[in-house]
Design a protein around this ligand. Structure first.
Ligand code: ATP
Length: 563
């Protein structure tokens, strides 16, 4: 290959461009050889020498080349060896890494398996989650319901116990009231009537667990009133009567009972006492109940129920069942020395059938209306009293009882300044206020246990004196309007009612007498002097003559009667 045209040319070319050791040897030795060769022969011998030189040079160069190649070979082998060693160590490192990775892989595999397992498990759980959630929720709901049920039954039990305690407390309170002879005070809140526009909803509130409490929200303040019983606006006439009927019937046993309705004008006093034709109030219901009770006792007892009706208008007492409406009655001390009051000329009507009850009320209503142009206005300004007396004699024992029931519809308390009354209205208002303030004075004197109680300061208090002074069961029905515009009057009425509630009249006593002769026939006319004189002592007894249709035609005096 070195003998080929391209090989040496290439080397030479290289040599000419880069003067290497061969070129240097030729150029250094050339002139030396030229000096040693004669000029003619030298001219011929030059090429051979040159060739020789060149050959020598070539051999030398070859030798060098070979040496270089040897070097290069060695270098190459060394490099290869080094690369091999390096590659080997790298390989080793790689192997080691690989082994590490393998190890890692081996250790990771179980973790991976666990993870896979966990993942599958989680996946299953996620799939099952809605069902589990639903199940858990159902169970939780059941548990909650069970707990609520348990709490509610515990609550019911507590409520039952609480109510029992409340009833017990009430019984004890009633017993205490009975023993002390406290005046009982009930309160009735009337509903908002049609046409009344008032933000009444929040003014009066009630306690759902205690029917003796009433709350009034007055100018942002909550006032609490404790009474014996509070009737809310939805209370029915029947419901109200149920609460007073035991008091009513106790007059059959010989007790004196007085129920009076108190409150401002328009608060519902007349509605509670008289009621309306379709839904009568305490008056009619009381008379009917007494009548049915004494009828039931008829086999053993002979009872007589008598009724009187009076009104006090401008301090004048009028007989509402009498035939002379112009006549003014008087209240007098019984001359028999018993200390009892009586009203000479007051008509007493004996009730013998349920129809008589209707007739009595009809007559009283008619007589009241004849004396005035506007009955409603008139009745607002007068006190109306229904006086029922029940006297009984036991057939077998001769035992006698006499009880009296005063049912009073007071005139409405009115603020003169507020109502702006003038003329006759002013006089009426002054009379009402005078009698109501006399009632207040009596109440205060009774509360403070004064030795003197000013009963005589008005016709009303004088007439009610036996109901307000011991041995009587007295109930005040304080009427409250639910309207905000009546707030100050409602507060006044309730404060008055609370004062009344603290009065102790003493233990009520029965009016009864044992008859020594059990064989004597029963009579209401024969009573011993000490016990028989009892208000009202009647001087005239009237019977009402009815037509077939039941209308009142005239009053007929049938006898004079005095106990
Ligand atoms: N509980 C009630 N349910 C339905 N309406 C009632 C009730 N209480 C009162 N009212 C009505 O309220 C109005 C006033 O009642 P009522 O005449 O009885 O008041 P009053 O206190 O007697 O008034 P006054 O003192 O002027 O006689 C009437 O129209 C009556 O029908």
């Amino acid at each position: 290959a070195e003998g080929s045209a391209s090989g040496p040319v290439h080397h030479w070319g290289q040599a000419s461009r880069h003067p290497g050791p061969l070129y240097q040897a030729v150029s250094e030795e050339g002139p030396k050889n030229c000096q040693t060769v004669p000029s003619v022969t030298a001219h011929q011998a030059v090429p051979e020498i040159q060739i020789l030189v060149y050959e020598g040079e070539m051999e030398r160069a070859q030798g060098q080349l070979e040496a270089e190649m040897q070097n290069l070979e060695e270098e190459k082998n060394r490099v290869i060896e080094e690369a091999f060693i390096r590659a080997e160590s790298e390989m080793k490192a790689v192997h080691e890494n690989l082994a590490g990775v393998r190890m890692n892989l081996l250790t990771l595999q179980p973790a991976l398996r666990t993870l896979t397992c966990d993942y599958n498990c989680l996946k299953r759980q996620v799939q099952d989650f809605p069902f589990m959630l639903e199940k858990a929720m159902t169970e939780a709901k059941q548990e909650i319901c069970q707990v609520i049920g348990e709490v509610s039954s515990a609550n019911q039990e507590l409520l039952r116990k609480y109510k029992r305690e409340m009833n017990l407390r009430k019984k004890c309170h009633n017993e205490l009231v009975r023993l002390k002879g406290n005046i009982r005070v009930f309160c009735r809140v009337r509903p908002v009537c049609r046409g009344e526009h008032d933000s009444a909803e929040n003014m009066v509130s009630f306690d759902p667990d205690d029917d003796a409490l009433l709350y009034l929200s007055n100018k942002g303040k909550l006032m609490t009133f404790e009474l014996d019983k509070v009737f809310h606006p939805q209370a029915t006439q029947e419901g109200v009567f149920q609460e007073v009927q035991s008091l009513v019937t106790s007059c059959i046993d010989g007790f004196n009972v007085c129920i009076f309705a108190y409150g401002q004008t328009g608060s519902g006093k007349t509605y509670t006492m008289e009621g309306v034709a379709k839904d009568p109030g305490i008056n009619q219901r009381a008379l009917r109940l007494l009548f049915s009770e004494v009828t039931e006792k008829a086999p053993d007892w002979d009872f007589k129920i008598t009724v009187s009706m009076v009104e006090i208008y401008n301090e004048t007492l009028r007989n509402l069942l009498g035939d002379n409406q112009g006549e003014k009655l008087d209240i007098k001390m019984n001359p028999d020395g018993s200390g009892q009051l009586y009203v000479p000329g007051l008509t007493e009507f004996t009730v013998q059938s349920p129809e008589d009850i209707n007739r009595v009320f009809e007559l009283g209503h008619m007589n009241r209306a004849t004396a005035c142009t506007n009955l409603n206005e008139h009745s607002s300004r007068s006190h109306a009293l229904l006086i029922i007396t029940v006297a009984g004699v036991n057939f077998s024992t001769g035992h006698r009882t006499q009880g009296k029931l005063n049912l009073v519809d007071l005139a409405g308390s009115e603020r003169i300044a507020k109502s702006g009354a003038e003329g006759s209205r002013l006089r009426e208002a002054q009379c009402i206020n005078k009698s109501l303030s006399a009632l207040g004075d009596v109440i205060n004197a009774l509360r403070s246990r004064h030795s003197h109680v000013p009963f005589r300061n008005s016709r009303l208090t004088y007439l009610l004196s036996d109901s307000l002074s011991g041995d009587s069961k007295t109930l005040m029905m304080v009427q409250v309007s639910p309207l905000v515009c009546n707030m100050s009057e409602s507060v006044c009425s309730l404060k008055f009612a609370q004062r009344v509630r603290t009065i102790e009249l003493g233990n009520a006593t029965r009016r009864q007498w044992e008859n020594s002769s059990t064989t004597s026939s029963p009579t209401h006319d024969i009573m011993s002097h000490s016990t028989s004189s009892y208000y009202p002592v009647l001087t005239t007894k009237w019977c009402i003559d009815f037509t077939r249709s039941g209308k009142v035609m005239k009053m007929v005096s049938i006898m004079d009667h005095s106990w």
